[in-house]
Design a protein around this ligand. Structure first.
Ligand SMILES: [Fe+2]
Ligand SMILES: [Fe+2]
Length: 258
């Protein structure tokens, strides 16, 4: 049995939800909006890729972890889908259409990867994403970047980030068990991160152009950007091992809440 718990919180989002998680920080708000839009797309892809190699894994405990991993990702995408439906409705007609077009392109990228690329490429892509989300999660807790985000934004992101840290080793271990090497991971994990940043930037720009004009008092991404870049770079080094990263304080408490 896996040590990873599959929690099923059922978040609800009202029509009057704030489009900006933090009205005083447009850049970080746009980043949060782009992350929630991106999440269900990549998570559906991750689940497909992981399930595809489940039968090929010799280790029963790794297979159990993979099942728990897919359970957590399915729970994430279910809740983010609800949030994203509300966010899309809040955009202007033009903004919504731009977002839907960008999302359709991302979906078609993943369909193409799944059909045309080999399993090891897809696993390296999955690992590149998972190591980046773990780095972002550690960064967010270390600098308390969510402290000014409004409810229920803060809750869903906090829960999601905490579980990303909890299941951080699964994609890495599956990739290794399926024959992944450091050079291959470096090339395709970097590609995954570059591919994802392009879409994050595209989604974020759409939201940024829709936010109301307001004087900005906070700049979390500028203030702590270097720290985030260092954490992301560390995932591409030969010594990177997700099982050895230091856990942020209070992680257990967050996980117990759900
Ligand atoms: Fe997730
Ligand atoms: Fe994940």
């Amino acid at each position: 049995m896996s040590s990873i718990s599959v929690r099923q919180p059922d978040f609800s989002f009202q029509e009057d939800l704030a489009l900006m998680p933090d009205p005083d920080d447009a850049l970080y708000s746009a980043f949060s909006c782009s992350v929630t839009i991106l999440a269900p797309h990549i998570e559906r892809f991750l689940i497909r890729v992981m399930r595809q190699c489940s039968k090929e894994l010799d280790s029963a405990s790794l297979r159990d972890s993979l099942v728990a991993f897919c359970g957590q990702e399915a729970s994430h995408l279910k809740n983010h889908d609800k949030l994203n439906d509300i966010l899309r409705q809040k955009l202007s007609k033009t903004g919504r259409q731009r977002l839907l077009n960008a999302e359709a392109q991302l979906r078609s990228d993943y369909d193409r990867f799944f059909k045309e690329k080999d399993t090891l490429f897809n696993l390296a892509y999955a690992e590149g994403f998972e190591s980046a989300t773990c780095a972002m999660s550690l960064w967010a807790f270390e600098h308390q970047t969510l402290q000014h985000s409004q409810k229920p934004w803060r809750e869903i992101i906090e829960w999601h980030l905490a579980e990303e840290i909890e299941h951080r080793c699964v994609a890495y271990n599956v990739y290794k068990a399926m024959g992944g090497s450091y050079t291959h991971r470096l090339i395709w994990g970097s590609y995954a991160q570059w591919h994802l940043y392009r879409y994050l930037h595209r989604f974020g720009s759409i939201f940024l152009s829709e936010f109301p004009e307001r004087k900005q008092h906070r700049h979390v991404l500028k203030q702590h950007g270097l720290s985030l870049a260092k954490k992301l770079m560390a995932t591409l080094t030969p010594s990177y091992t997700p099982g050895k990263v230091d856990m942020p304080e209070g992680l257990d408490k967050i996980l117990l809440r759900y």
